[in-house]
Ligand binder design. Structure first.
Ligand code: PLP
Length: 393
């Protein structure tokens, strides 16, 4: 049976898949089962931050797993402790980490920390979490409820109580009450349509929340690990959140999620846990990814490539203003608003046929999340294929 046939017979149909099967990759290049080459402007939805088949990450993983892959969090795990140190130092925040396996899991951890803090701090029990409309925080029952998209709350109830949605950042203040434990935001909404928040508004919110003793959780599952130019987008926005979550780009493709917090004394032994979280495999991958990207940032390559990519995206946008209405995003988390949803679907399909993989966000945004190590040649090839795609619509 072909992969497609096996998929159809044995895998639950939760994804509408594109008809393509990749067998190998190298940095921002992919090869499919028929030998056709593609440029990857998706990095597996922001995951393969240091490119496909990164030799350094692969070697680190192979060396590690030839000794030990897993033993459990009942024992000391050297790469986990080292990964925590690297993450905390790269962020510059005085925090500690908990390791899980995904973005949703990291957000679950963040919510647990906020709720325990809210329960113990002060006389009134504080449990409410305010999130934003069009946000996306994950697919577990709690993070689905935390997600400010009504269409995602159609089934699966009853949901946990205590989630409140603000239409905009400026509506948050009016929703704060004696029971509010935390506000959780993405600094650039990813799935909701590549929507950066305004820096001054974010800073004002951070200040207000500190004054009101309400925690600020920043969901950096997509924006984190240098995607927006610094290790965290919180550094780009120059704020000090109480809790930050990371996932996607941290493991370079190996599943990992991290909740990091300055509230070091809130969780105690037994409050939270994970069988796989931070095992030798994922923590080693994270150490290697953070090392590579720290070097890439400090030698100037990251900023140079961000500029190059954004210049090429700007040229592409300017050449096709009949189709695109706005360029959005920060760093290598960018998008182009497309005039209508139908045109966006055609671009996605034709781009694949022309050898470049792109993403969609929200209803009308063509989204770009290339590997952070993408080269100028790969960027040029990708936009060449996109130009052909859009010109022939
Ligand atoms: C901002 C944000 N939070 C949480 C998640 C959920 O992450 P995961 O799919 O790893 O559970 C995502 C995934 O797209 C995300 O973009």
């Amino acid at each position: 049976m072909s992969t497609q046939e096996l998929d159809k017979k044995y895998v639950l149909p939760t994804y509408g898949r594109f008809d393509v099967e990749f067998v190998s990759g190298n940095n921002a290049r992919l090869k499919d089962i028929n030998g056709k080459d593609y440029i990857d402007f998706t990095s597996g939805i922001g995951v393969v931050s240091v490119g496909h088949a990164n030799e350094r990450v692969n070697k680190a993983i192979c060396d590690q797993i030839s000794n030990i892959t897993h033993i459990s969090n009942l024992y000391h795990i050297a790469p986990q402790a080292e990964a925590a140190q690297k993450i905390v130092e790269a962020s510059g925040y005085d925090m500690q980490c908990f390791f899980g396996n995904s973005g949703a899991e990291a957000n679950e951890g963040a919510i647990k920390i906020a709720r325990k803090y809210g329960e113990q701090d002060g006389e009134i029990k504080r449990y409410k979490i305010i999130t934003l409309q069009h946000s996306f925080h994950g697919r577990t029952i709690t993070t689905v409820k935390a997600t400010g998209q009504e269409s995602m709350h159609n089934y699966f109830g009853p949901f946990p109580d205590g989630f409140v949605y603000a239409d905009t950042m400026s509506d948050i203040e009016g929703l704060l009450d004696d029971h509010t434990a935390a506000v959780m935001i993405e600094l650039v909404q990813g799935e909701g349509g590549v929507q950066p928040q305004d820096k001054a508004e974010v800073q004002a919110l951070a200040k207000l929340l500190k004054e009101r003793n309400v925690l600020l959780i920043v969901d950096e599952v997509q924006t984190g690990v240098y995607r927006t130019g610094e290790f965290t987008a919180s550094q780009v926005y120059d704020i000090s959140p109480d809790i930050i979550t990371l996932a996607k780009g941290l493991g370079g493709g190996v599943p990992i999620g991290v909740v990091m917090t300055s509230l070091k004394g809130v969780l105690s032994a037994g409050d939270h846990g994970s069988t796989f979280g931070g095992n030798y495999l994922s923590a080693t991958a994270a150490c290697s990814v953070v090392d590579i990207l720290n070097e890439y940032k400090s030698n100037g390559n990251l900023d140079e490539m961000f500029e190059y990519f954004n210049n090429e995206l700007e040229k592409f946008y300017s050449a096709h203003k009949n189709i695109f209405t706005q360029k959005v995003g920060i760093g290598m988390m960018c998008g182009l608003r497309v005039k209508d949803a139908e045109t966006l679907s055609s671009i996605m399909l034709n781009a694949k046929d022309n050898g470049v993989m792109v993403l969609k966000a929200g209803r009308n945004t063509l989204r770009f999340l290339p590997p952070l190590t993408i080269t100028k040649e790969e960027i040029d090839e990708g936009f060449k294929a996109l130009n052909i795609t859009v010109t022939s619509l």
